[in-house]
Design a protein around this ligand. Sequence first.
Ligand code: FAD
Length: 463
Amino acid sequence: MYDLLIVGSGPGGYVAAIRAGQYGLKVGVIEKQPKLGGVCLHVGCIPTKALLYTADVYELFLHPQDLGISCDNVQLDWARVQERKSKIVDKHAKGVEALFKKNKVETIRGYARLKGAGRIEVEGPDGRHELSAKNIILATGSEARMLPGLTVDRDRILTNIEILDLKSIPKSLAIIGAGAVGVEFASIYRRFGSEVTVFEMLPRAVPLEDEEISAELERAFRKQKITVHTGTRVEKVEKRQDCVSIEFRDSTGRAQNICAEKLLVAVGRKPNTENIGLENTAIKADRGFIPVDQWMATAEPGVYAIGDIVAASPQLAHVASMEGLVAVGRVAGKPGRPVNYRRVPNCTFCEPQIGSAGLTEAQAKAQGYEVKAGKFPFAANSKSSILGNHSGFVKVVADAKFGEILGVHIIGPSATELIAEAVTAMESEATVESMMSTIHAHPTLAEAMGDAFNTVYGLAINV
Ligand SMILES: Cc1cc2nc3c(=O)[nH]c(=O)nc-3n(C[C@H](O)[C@H](O)[C@H](O)COP(=O)(O)OP(=O)(O)OC[C@H]3O[C@@H](n4cnc5c(N)ncnc54)[C@H](O)[C@@H]3O)c2cc1C
């Protein structure tokens, strides 16, 4: 009898398992894939960021003259780019295995289904067997959603999985969906030389971000010659011998058509809850997502859910991990705090990068706050000039009454790193005033954060 069985070894499941081991619980993780680490490590966060880093460096080498360097005959060795990406992934998969050993976490290979209170059936390489546990955490993650009538074919119609293993760089790439996954792949392949066209049904790219962030990204993409069709419905996709034909109706209602060598479908993620035995429990999924309380407990006593399968939770690796820690704390009877979803860093690693946390200006107004917002452009930050990258801004959304920081929205260089300061400030309930008195080193990109907090009261020095 285990104290805890966890289904899935993604950033939700593996982090929860290690913490359970640290607490001295008898813990096992059931994983259907041969390697540990989940979507995040194998076909999500890590391989995409490895490719994005190569794209950043490649771009620098393509335009070295600005830095006073001449560099002829710059070549991209695609096979080695892919090899580097795979090495990083493998290294970290082995790292998870080693951490499991260190923390006495047992790995159980196979496909898991709930059989009822405290019982899981595992279909593994050696057949079926049943395990029992005092507590269970479901961390089964998600997979790419498909559009009705479309099937992935590994050749032309791709998801995040197939597009990571292309044998060569496509001449042209169409992407349906301008959320985080869509715009990151647009940034990768555009800089490797593909012609990229992005389709988004909603009126703006990265539609969950503050409106000014979407406008800035669309502007930057136009400059990079990435075509973005927002407010656009893709009506027909047809595989031809040498391309994929995409018929769409643009925002003015005009019917149009393009042909692309490859099509990436990035229209959201479907929770993996269909065949995991929920019918044998009291859990009632809501469009596939599992409702939980603040401690990640489901309607079935002793069964918790974390990560991409949780209803109303952002599908992010670090959220999955924190939810895992909250659930294990509960299982082990330790004092803890529920996840505060208003303090989640949302990072999109497109070029320019986006980092945001808390409420957008529109959301803050809709919630009845008297909003005071300030915006500081990277164009006025000296480190941005040194880096030769001054697109974008830092925007602070604050409550006029008490100076509470309601949201911070960054687009520009290292935005995904800078957002950490905003989250720390919000977590420690710092006000705009206290951030105005926080000393930021010079010359750094972080200075733009200090300046942005000052802009809320019209007191920024550098603009
Ligand atoms: C292209 C892409 C890029 C992304 N980039 C980022 C990023 O930069 N930052 C970020 O925070 N998030 C990113 N994400 C999202 C992130 O990957 C997910 O939010 C995260 O992986 C969710 O973690 P999880 O533990 O819930 O599930 P997953 O990582 O999906 O892991 C679930 C695990 O459960 C296993 N499993 C499922 N069902 C069963 C079963 N019945 N029995 C046994 N095992 C089972 C699966 O094999 C898998 O290993 C990205 C996603 C994609 C697709």
